[in-house]
Design a protein around this ligand. Structure first.
Ligand code: PBG
Length: 326
């Protein structure tokens, strides 16, 4: 055959393949989401997320220490609260002696150099299990902003480096930015959950936090999975309102959205490889149906290739171990 172009020439050995590889994963790409709960000496596995635990603060600090040794230096914290501490206005989120703010302070105190990202949303503290203030079965937008603003300031006071509004209320990035600035936290960054879809893939996370909505669903605030142009509206608003990162969530079923935002915006693009995406690979691997490590590495690589420079993933520690072994 007289073939001028033979793409296989660039695949013929490991050295050549490595040389022409376009995308590289690094431990620097990851933010590791961690679940904290009350108590001491507790490490309770999330049934739907094998290998992922809710830690009491003492063991959470140990876990972070192990991750730091592997090169993972950014963490996103989420609290699991008993039902008795939840109410309509997520009051517990601003309790300086409450689990979450105490955890942020302890992590920053023990590991001053790690980046602590916090979650700005009502759901872990809400007796309604929603991300907003509920009245007559409706999720109210503007009253929710006030709660989110206070929450973000309380988290900044506790030492958060990046706050992550994950609620999808309109105007929340601008409101949170303004509240942070008024309180002197100009250097605290906002990673906005810009294109957050109403997804079935959050199921295991809601198990981890016992935070499933008590009625209805989140479709009046989270986006319709059928829409991509709408993601540009959300990104445009978040950019204009001062977001420092734009996030797409979930990641794998939304690689086109990651690509869309990375083609259209100069801000760093983050992607949240969510609980259900983790659970799918783990479940298949446990059944012997696929090679879990290779599937993990391929999935994370795809997210980066699509345009995400920051990946929030429950695989962060395991992938760091693999990268360190290579
Ligand atoms: C809610 C929030 C959710 C996740 C992060 N923040 C769930 C939801 O919107 O119900 C999901 C993360 C995951 O599934 O890993 N503020």
């Amino acid at each position: 055959m007289n073939l001028i172009r033979r793409p296989r020439r660039n695949r013929q050995s490991a050295v050549i393949r490595d040389m022409v590889q376009e995308t590289h994963l690094s431990v620097n790409d990851f933010i590791f989401p961690l679940f904290v709960m009350e108590g001491q000496n507790i490490r309770s596995e999330v049934a739907s997320m094998p290998g992922i635990y809710r830690y009491s603060l003492d063991l959470l600090l140990d876990e972070i220490g192990q991750c730091v040794d592997l090169g993972v230096r950014a963490f996103d914290l989420f609290p699991n609260l008993p039902e008795a501490k939840k109410d309509k206005y997520a009051t517990e989120s601003c309790n300086p002696d409450g689990l979450y703010l105490q955890t942020i302070r302890a992590v920053k105190d023990r590991f001053p150099d790690v980046v602590v990202m916090t979650d700005v949303a009502m759901d872990p503290y809400s007796s309604d299990g929603h991300d907003g203030v509920v009245e007559n079965g409706k999720i109210l937008n503007d009253p929710t902003l006030e709660v989110l603003g206070k929450m973000a300031v309380a988290q900044a006071q506790a030492g958060a480096d990046i706050v992550g509004p994950s609620d999808m209320m309109d105007g929340r990035v601008g409101y949170v930015r303004q509240m942070l600035d008024v309180h002197g936290f100009q250097d605290v960054a906002i990673m906005s959950y810009s294109a957050k879809y109403a997804s079935a893939f959050y199921g295991p996370f809601r198990d981890a936090l016992d935070s499933a909505p008590k009625f209805g669903d989140k479709k009046t605030y989270q986006m319709n999975p059928a829409n991509s142009r709408e993601a540009l509206i959300e990104a445009e608003l978040d950019f204009a309102e001062g977001a420092d990162y734009l996030m797409v969530k979930p990641a794998l079923p939304y690689l086109d959205i990651i690509k869309l935002l990375s083609d259209n915006y100069e801000l760093p693009i983050a992607a949240y490889n969510v609980s259900g995406e983790y659970a799918m690979i783990k479940a298949a691997a446990q059944n012997g149906w696929l090679d879990g490590q290779r599937a993990m590495a391929e999935a994370l690589m795809s997210i980066k290739r699509a345009g995400a420079s920051v990946i929030l993933t429950y695989f962060a520690k395991e992938m760091a171990e693999l990268l360190n072994d290579r």
